[in-house]
Design a protein around this ligand. Structure first.
Ligand SMILES: Cc1ncc(COP(=O)(O)O)c(C=O)c1O
Length: 390
């Protein structure tokens, strides 16, 4: 309960975006209002084929990538597991794999599991000035490096990595490149036709404005990833072996139709609003928030020039959880505090204590940014009397 019922200000869009465009909610309701109809799966003449709609719309949005090379999964974590496990399934001998200190546990944990099983040797590429440079990647390569998995956009610092330059280096060495685009798809242009990446992972519930439970990946050459899950596809049903064609190779069981409908509507909203317009507003609000927070000497901002609408900070002398608590209880502002699933990054920036993250979206108003900045500055000014010292 919030004592004075201040209007809710949601600044946790890097975790999951909210609110959703009204058409996303309408699409979910519509998708459930009629029996599902999916080509090959369920006979019927009513309703929309949300699978094809979402695949076509998303592939256009991601630069015109071939739609059949876009695979739907449960989320970005699911996609990364399928790709990493499927790539390593094809390797007979232990090989060297790289990821970065910016990365999320969705990348770190699958890789550490394989390291524990002695299937890979894992090294972590450090970051400097909030980013992983192509030179740092080059310097970390070993003669038997077979795979690099890394984030496109940091979910804590908001920095976007130069995956084009990194991909060019890796491809010169014949090294496979999987990119985690959970934080970038829907925020910045991504042209998969053109980018030198082997696989690019997305999630539906963040910048693409869909709902949790739907994600996917783009895969350039299907033969490079062995399928690791098998089951019904609604196609070639006499065969007791799972189809190997795309995208059935990786899609199993009943699809998340409401999630697909929501994703298609989210992408339609982004197209109609225009990514350039969305980016312009995000940049303006992010710069405003950073400028305001910098007015208090005891606020430490970890990346003062983020490429994404993500601002990570701590207030000296106040635990980040306490800042989040006061923001929520005193101001009805939803931020995210703690480790943000990026343990190596936190070790580097805040000694593993964690930080406060605020992340506006297209739906955040300038007035909400002003109120949030005022609230954070007030907490900083009262830092001495705030409960809990860091
Ligand atoms: C960089 C990054 N990668 C992966 C994920 C996991 O995304 P999902 O919840 O779709 O599995 C997140 C979500 O927080 C993220 O920020």
């Amino acid at each position: 309960m919030v004592p004075d019922q201040k209007p809710l200000i949601y600044l946790n869009n890097a975790a999951t975006s909210w609110p959703k465009p009204p058409r996303v909610l309408a699409a979910i309701a519509q998708s459930l209002s009629l029996p599902v109809f999916g080509s090959g799966r369920t006979t019927g003449t009513q309703g929309d084929d949300y699978l094809t709609l979402a695949r076509d719309r998303l592939s256009m949005f991601l630069g015109g990538a071939p739609p059949e090379h876009l695979v739907f999964t449960h989320n970005a974590t699911d996609s990364l597991n399928i790709l990493i496990s499927g790539f390593l399934a094809g390797k007979k001998e232990e090989c060297h794999v790289l990821t970065t200190a910016l990365d999320h546990n969705s990348v770190l944990r699958p890789l550490h599991e394989y390291e524990q099983q002695c299937r890979i040797r894992l090294d972590i590429i450090p970051f400097r000035d909030c980013s992983v440079s192509p030179d740092a990647v080059q310097a970390s390569l070993k003669p038997d490096t077979c795979l690099v998995v890394m984030t496109h956009g940091s979910n804590v610092l908001g920095s976007v990595q130069d995956i084009r330059a990194i991909g060019e280096i890796l491809h010169d060495h014949g090294i496979y490149f999987i990119v985690d685009g959970a934080q970038t798809a829907g925020h910045i242009p991504v042209d998969l036709k053109d980018l030198p990446v082997d696989a690019f992972v997305i999630t539906g519930h963040k910048g693409l404005l869909g709902v949790p439970g739907i994600g996917g990946f783009f895969l350039r050459d299907p033969e490079t990833i062995a399928p690791i899950r098998f089951g019904g596809t609604g196609t070639d049903s006499f065969s007791l072996l799972h189809p190997r064609g795309m995208p059935e190779r990786f899609e199993i069981g009943t699809h998340n139709y409401p999630g697909l409908a929501a994703l298609a509507a989210g992408v339609e909203f982004l197209n109609e609003t225009g990514l350039a317009t969305i980016m312009e507003k995000a940049e303006k609000q992010t710069l405003f928030l950073i400028r305001e927070l910098k007015k208090e000497e005891n606020i430490m901002i970890y990346d003062e020039h983020p490429d994404l609408p993500i601002i990570a900070f701590n207030i000296k002398g106040v635990q980040n959880d306490d800042v989040g608590f006061v923001l929520a209880r005193g101001f009805n502002i939803i931020a995210r505090t703690g480790l943000h699933c990026a343990p190596l990054l936190h070790k580097a920036i805040d000694g593993g204590e964690g930080c406060v993250r605020i992340s506006p979206s297209w739906f955040t108003t300038d007035e909400e940014c002003r109120l949030a900045a005022d609230a954070i500055r007030e907490i900083a000014r009262n830092a001495d009397s705030t409960v809990g010292q860091a």
